[in-house]
Design a protein around this ligand. Structure first.
Ligand code: ADP
Ligand code: MG
Length: 565
């Protein structure tokens, strides 16, 4: 080995390693899935780069993953003949975490095992999971377009050593030197089961060696005739290509974990083959919970794009709108060119058509999910505020999106957003024509607003909006089911036909009687107000501030002020 140097892990890696080893102990068998997932990605990447440069295959075009173990040495080896890594790539990929928001994410980790395990799952465990079972990991790799190999070694304790080495074949070999209490994994049966459990769906064959000998006439093995036969252990066809009826829920779930780099089960999925002018297959998933970078500007989003089964792009964000950025999965197109790039995708009219079809599919999948109240609630709690970006971004689908929205209302008086607009409309009072709502900074502010007094008195339900995005949402929602939305804090309060004639008359009389008072108040307040008038909004409070019909709401004002407007 030459050109050897020892480098420190990035601080974030050190922290993550420490916490991961501690909190994922009871899930430690997932290390194998992560190694195989990376090996499969590496094969995908080679296939993609080889589209332009067939020479990368050399004389070895059979992409495969091999798993071996050595019980005596206590090692498990995962090998692939995929793209491999250069020295720089090794240092970057196995020494740092490039995801933005990592530092903030790590601050949330508490040292409490169960809670951290969930959070780390959300972050994606990946390569470093090797250190849950190994006290030393050796990586030997050679990039498909390089002559030199690189060896990376670490005990996961703050630093790693890297050196140039000879490596005949391209690709990556990872040797896990198992910890004393993890030797159980150096076992044929155990490994085979894990491959089947977690990686059956991987398209590349995952092979394990079996030693065979010739047999004599009596069927006894003949000494000295041992030879290694490689047996494919997994299904080894692209999952989305197989007919739906032949894929089990467990296979769908396992595949999700691979494409989404997620640790936990998805909530639901939708698998479709589209034939006709545009031919493609899509397999879309709704994750079980939000990834840590859902609100990061450069957070991972989009689907994995394949063209005729060849992997093209991770995170192809052109196929779904931003408000569905939590949807994960695969799109495999028959029509796009294999040379398609991010830039070309942006201009391709076929991509727009697919985007609008996939958007409908995704919304449909959510509609179906909504039938299961409990599961939908868990979806809403994670992704509701992202979905609320929908009406503004996707005007054409605002009806569909409206049906998926959930709110807090005066009906339940609970901060949990679990009431649909259909629920609200179903409870509307006779003669009520509008859907009333109030926007405030927090649930309690909304719930205790004096604007609600008259509504409570009359038993009219009001939506209690208290998410940061709510005012933005309401400025793009004008009606639902033919009923207009009305902000109870804005303009004239028109309760429609709910008020009887008598009530209206009484109000007019009061207004006349108080004309003098109104005049005096207006003089006292001067330019501070536009108008002062007698109201029947209030039943307990003496007065309140109201915005005129078309004025920017309080929340919006604050956002604008914060932005220096
Ligand atoms: P992720 O797979 O989510 O990107 P990982 O922690 O699993 O994150 O892997 C980190 C990176 O290391 C990968 O993105 C890849 O660039 C590189 N890597 C890991 N294993 C291999 C491999 N077998 N072949 C080539 N590159 C690999
Ligand atoms: Mg990975």
């Amino acid at each position: 080995a030459t050109h050897e140097e020892t480098l420190g892990f990035q601080t974030e890696v050190k922290q993550l390693l420490h916490l991961m080893i501690h909190s994922l102990y009871s899930n430690r068998e997932i290390f194998l899935r992560e190694m195989i997932s990376n090996a499969a990605d590496a094969c995908d990447k080679l296939r993609y780069e080889a589209l332009d440069n067939d020479a990368l295959y050399g004389d070895d075009s059979d992409l495969r993953i091999e798993i071996e173990h050595d019980t005596d040495a206590g090692t498990v080896t995962v090998r692939d003949n995929g793209i491999g890594m250069s020295r720089d790539e090794v240092i970057r990929n196995l020494g740092t975490i490039a995801k933005s928001g990592t530092a903030e994410f790590l601050k949330q980790l508490s040292g409490e095992q169960q809670k951290d395990a969930k959070l780390i799952g959300q972050f994606g465990v990946g390569f470093y999971s090797g250190f849950i079972v190994a006290d030393e990991v050796t990586v030997r790799t050679r990039r498909a377009d390089a002559d030199e190999g690189v060896e990376w070694r670490s005990r996961g304790e703050g630093e790693f050593t890297i050196a140039d080495v000879d490596k005949p074949g391209r690709g990556t070999e990872i040797v896990l030197h198992l910890k004393q209490d993890a030797k159980e994994f150096a076992d044929d049966f155990r490994l085979k089961n894990l491959v089947r459990k977690y990686s059956d769906h991987i398209e590349v064959p995952v092979r394990m060696p079996r030693v065979e000998t010739d047999k004599d006439d009596e069927g006894k093995p003949i000494e000295g005739t041992e030879k290694t036969v490689w047996e494919t252990v997994n299904e080894a066809t692209a999952l989305w290509v197989r007919p739906k009826s032949e894929i089990s829920d467990d296979e769908y779930k396992a595949f999700y974990k691979h494409v989404a780099h997620d640790f936990s089960d998805p909530l639901t999925w939708s698998h479709n083959k589209v034939e006709g002018k545009l031919e493609y297959t899509s397999l879309l998933y709704v994750p079980g919970r939000a990834p840590f970078d859902l609100y990061e500007r450069d957070g991972a989003r989009g689907v994995r794009l394949y063209v005729q089964r060849v992997f093209i792009l991770e995170d192809a964000e052109q196929f779904l709108p931003l408000y569905l950025r939590f949807v994960k999965g695969v799109v495999d197109s028959k029509d796009l060119s294999l040379n398609v790039s991010r830039e070309l995708l942006q201009q391709d009219p076929q991509v727009d058509k697919m985007k609008s079809a996939l958007t409908k599919r995704a919304l449909d999948m959510l509609k179906k999910l909504a039938k299961d109240k409990e599961t939908y609630q868990s979806f809403w709690n994670s992704f509701g505020s992202v979905l609320k970006e929908g009406p503004a971004e996707d005007y054409a689908n605002r009806e569909r999106i409206s049906e998926l929205l959930r709110f807090s209302t005066t009906h339940t008086e609970s901060a949990t957003q679990d009431q649909s607009l259909a629920d609200y409309v179903g409870r509307m009072k006779e003669g009520q024509q509008k859907i009333y709502y109030i926007v405030a900074d927090g649930f309690n502010a909304a719930k205790h607003s004096p604007h609600l007094e008259i509504f409570r008195k009359k038993g009219i339900e009001v939506l209690l909006l208290h998410d940061r995005i709510d005012e933005w949402l309401m400025s793009h929602l004008t009606e639902y089911d033919g009923k207009a939305f009305a902000d109870v804090a804005k303009g004239d309060l028109d309760l429609g036909d709910i008020e009887g004639e008598e009530e209206k008359q009484a109000q007019e009389e009061t207004a006349k009687a108080k004309e003098e008072l109104v005049k005096r108040v207006k003089e006292a307040l001067g330019d501070e107000v536009q108008e002062v008038r007698v109201t029947h909004r209030l039943t307990d409070s003496p007065a309140c501030v109201v915005l005129s019909e078309h004025e920017m709401g309080f929340q919006m004002r604050r956002i604008m002020e914060a932005a220096g407007q």
